[in-house]
Design a protein around this ligand. Structure first.
Ligand SMILES: NC(=O)c1ccc[n+]([C@@H]2O[C@H](COP(=O)([O-])OP(=O)(O)OC[C@H]3O[C@@H](n4cnc5c(N)ncnc54)[C@H](O)[C@@H]3O)[C@@H](O)[C@H]2O)c1
Ligand SMILES: [Zn+2]
Length: 335
């Protein structure tokens, strides 16, 4: 008997730079901070914060959908940051085996990162984003006016991801932010910057949609160390952006020690991150072994090997497998 292959491709996402316009039958999901601004949509409301990205809130959204009589044709519209996008997206992916999904990202991080690329899901006690699916939004509406009410820390959190794109993929973006830091939303410039980041993410995601070739992992620059720091501090001390800011510095110093990253690039990175108010120093040297241990346990680590996306120049990087632990230890101990 011959094998049968059924070739399927995930949905195409249309990203529009304009406000979301409700359509009949849309069901909006948002968090408790944004809900007062969205009362005309009678949204499903999830308590604000990462702690809501769990199976219980996911089940609560499914219940609400059923209670409202949602059918296959209804669009589920996530209006909020990455927490709402990931949680509502997973509900949309699974409710009746999938209903149309629209994202209206309202944080800088969700505009440049989480609303594009199709990863949706929730955290469990065992790990962050441990349960989920690839379910790209059918439509994404980017409206930078949302960003005017973001607090400084949330803005900086998004800028860490923006700077990540610059340093790994776009010398032009990195240099422009190095020379002219973006400390809050300056309409036109922000729109242009967001568009650039989405374009860069699009290139990576299209090349490795389901993380099969490993190429998508270049986006994890700063995240191998950053995730370990977040886990060790119980996701409380650092925002995600702050943790990856520290992670990018550590990983760049590791790259320099390994002779992969040109010497001096860590200094440029540190100056640019600092100019954006982001932290650049590791927690404490006492944590070195815990950080290494936590990195080995990362769900993306293969058999405990440390792999990292390391800069090979400004705006260039490559995925490096099996990074020598002694070099990691050396760099972490220097801070
Ligand atoms: N799916 C992906 O590919 C992907 C990529 C990166 C991050 N993520 C996920 O995204 C999540 C983080 O996203 P986030 O940083 O947007 O967090 P978030 O959704 O918790 O939003 C941060 C805070 O900002 C508030 N907020 C949102 N929009 C606002 C606005 N316009 N004005 C004022 N306050 C506003 C929220 O209520 C919340 O308190 C994490 O769970 C992470 O795992 C997913
Ligand atoms: Zn990130």
């Amino acid at each position: 008997m011959h094998d049968i292959e059924v070739g399927l491709k995930a949905t195409t996402t249309t990203i529009s730079f304009r406000p979301y316009v409700p359509a009949p039958g849309d069901i909006v999901v948002t968090d408790s901070n944004l809900a007062p601004r969205l009362s005309e949509h009678q949204p499903i409301i999830v308590p604000a914060g990462e702690k809501s990205k769990n199976l219980a809130e996911y089940a609560a959204v499914l219940d609400q959908l059923a209670q409202r009589g949602a059918k296959r044709k209804n669009r589920l519209v996530a209006i909020g940051g990455g927490v709402i996008g990931d949680l509502a997206g997973f509900a949309a992916a699974t409710y009746m085996r999938g209903i149309p999904f629209v994202q209206v990202p309202t944080t800088l991080l969700s505009m440049v990162d989480s609303s594009v690329g199709g990863k949706v899901g929730v955290d469990t006690v065992q790990g962050k984003n441990l349960v989920g699916a690839f379910y790209p939004a059918h439509e994404v509406y980017i409206d930078a006016t949302w960003l005017k009410t973001l607090d400084t820390r949330q803005w900086q959190c998004g800028m860490a991801e923006v700077l990540k794109y610059g340093f790994i993929m776009s010398e032009e973006l990195a240099v422009s932010l190095e020379n002219n830091p973006m400390l809050d939303v300056v309409d036109l410039r922000a729109n242009e910057m967001i568009r650039t980041c989405i374009e860069l993410k699009r290139q990576v995601v299209e090349a490795d949609e389901f993380e099969t070739t490993g190429y998508r992992a270049i986006l994890n620059f700063g995240h191998t160390v950053g995730h370990a720091i977040e886990r060790l501090t119980n996701y409380e001390t650092y925002t995600h952006g702050e943790a990856i800011s520290v992670g990018m510095v550590v990983e760049t110093k590791i790259g320099e020690k390994l002779g992969i990253t040109p010497t001096g690039l860590s200094t440029r990175l540190i100056n640019t991150l600092s100019a954006h108010g982001l932290p650049v120093n590791s927690p404490t040297t006492a944590e070195v072994e815990n950080i290494i241990q936590s990195m080995r346990g990362d769900k993306k680590s293969v058999q405990g090997e440390l792999s990292m996306s390391l800069l090979t120049g400004l705006g260039k990087c490559k995925l490096t497998q099996d990074v020598d632990e002694s070099v990691v230890r050396e760099v972490l101990s220097e801070n």
